[in-house]
Design a protein around this ligand. Structure first.
Ligand SMILES: NC(=O)C1=CN([C@@H]2O[C@H](COP(=O)(O)OP(=O)(O)OC[C@H]3O[C@@H](n4cnc5c(N)ncnc54)[C@H](OP(=O)(O)O)[C@@H]3O)[C@@H](O)[C@H]2O)[C@@H](O)CC1
Ligand SMILES: Nc1ncnc2c1ncn2[C@@H]1O[C@H](COP(=O)(O)OP(=O)(O)O)[C@@H](O)[C@H]1O
Ligand SMILES: [Mg+2]
Length: 296
């Protein structure tokens, strides 16, 4: 198994500015799960994104903003329990044109507001998207796996809008999406391959090791360890992959390189703190050290 990264990290030209490294947005969180979307957003900052915004239910804004001074925060309409209200979907839609990539789902809940957001994000667009956690649970609620694939408008170049969605399910989420048992890893990977081919998406089948599939390819990661089985690890991965998509990488490369970097950060954290002692917070601190090695 090769320990080399599966793709090159995006280069930074000498005369570049923050707009050249992607305007990305992470959408999610709810009262009680504000940390999840903060982890994703900070991970995107640490992976090289030029501008990172977190779009969160209004009443979570101060909490999420306080995690990192470099984050921008966007308040979206919320319902009384602190999750997205239905009006949040329109508010988010009005911002999509200015983005290079969006990651959606961590901590979001599967209430109606979240479902409307996911519906919007499924519309064909050249915007690269990551669906994680509750965005995947919304897809499961909508029976998306069984639906016909969305056909692209003739006016849009189909190459612009094809395979620019990455799904990042853990086995429980993949089970909800595809109806496969979490106890049969091979069956789950096979179901992910079928789903990837059906909807022309890339799927990160999380685990030890994580496997990435698309319509025709399968790749197994060589980094990572069981110390990463800790709350928030997957939220960090969402930010890493969203960041790489925002820097212009195709979905297949962004998913594989993101998984590899995330696992390498986990291996560094385990070496420093031990597998039991590390948390997803330490992953954030290790990401820049993994990425710094690409400069040499
Ligand atoms: N700081 C925060 O705010 C955080 C907030 N978070 C947010 O919490 C929300 C719920 O997300 P979640 O992932 O915790 O729960 P859920 O989707 O119900 O999955 C668990 C079910 O799946 C099953 N399962 C089987 N195999 C599995 C596997 N390998 N890995 C994982 N699960 C596996 C598992 O089986 P069991 O454990 O019973 O064997 C169980 O039945 C979501 O919004 C998320 O973003 C988190 O990101 C954490 C940090
Ligand atoms: N035993 C393991 N070996 C390697 N990586 C693991 C292991 N357990 C979990 N991980 C990684 O940790 C992350 C967990 O993601 P997820 O379950 O979505 O966490 P959360 O939702 O709490 O953020 C995934 O990237 C997964 O591959
Ligand atoms: Mg998760």
């Amino acid at each position: 198994m090769s320990h080399q990264p599966p793709a090159s990290f995006p280069k930074r030209e000498r005369d570049s500015h923050k707009g050249n490294f992607g305007r990305v947005l992470l959408c999610g969180g709810s009262r009680g799960m504000a940390g999840s979307i903060a982890l994703s957003s900070i991970a995107a900052l640490h992976t090289g994104s030029g501008l990172v915004s977190a779009a969160v239910p209004d009443r979570c804004l101060e909490t999420v903003a306080a995690f990192h001074p470099c984050l921008m925060t966007i308040p979206l309409a919320d319902a009384s329990r602190g999750h997205f209200a239905v009006a949040a979907a329109d508010e988010l839609a009005s911002r999509l044109d200015s983005l290079d990539a969006i990651g959606c789902g961590p901590g979001m809940t599967t209430n109606e507001g979240s479902i409307q957001i996911v519906r919007r994000l499924l519309e064909p667009t050249k915007l690269a998207r990551v669906f994680d956690a509750d965005a995947l649970n919304c897809l499961a609620k909508m029976d998306w796996a069984e639906q016909d694939p969305v056909s692209c408008e003739a006016s849009q170049s189909s190459s612009d809008v094809s395979n620019n969605i990455v799904l990042t399910p853990h086995p429980g989420e993949l089970g909800r999406l595809t109806g496969t048992t979490t106890k049969d890893r091979d069956l789950q990977i096979e179901a992910a391959q079928k789903l990837a081919a059906h909807h022309d998406v890339t799927i990160v089948v999380k685990g030890g090791p994580t496997v990435v599939v698309d319509a025709t390819r399968t790749w197994t990661n060589s980094t990572g360890n069981p110390g990463m089985a800790t709350a928030g690890s997957g939220d960090v991965l969402t930010g890493v992959i969203t960041s790489l998509l925002g820097q212009g990488m195709p979905a297949w490369d962004a998913a594989r390189l993101g998984v590899w970097i995330h696992g390498a950060a986990g291996d560094r954290a385990a070496a420093e703190y031990g597998q039991a002692g590390m948390s997803a917070y330490e992953l954030l601190a290790e990401l820049p050290k993994v990425i710094a090695a690409f400069d040499s």
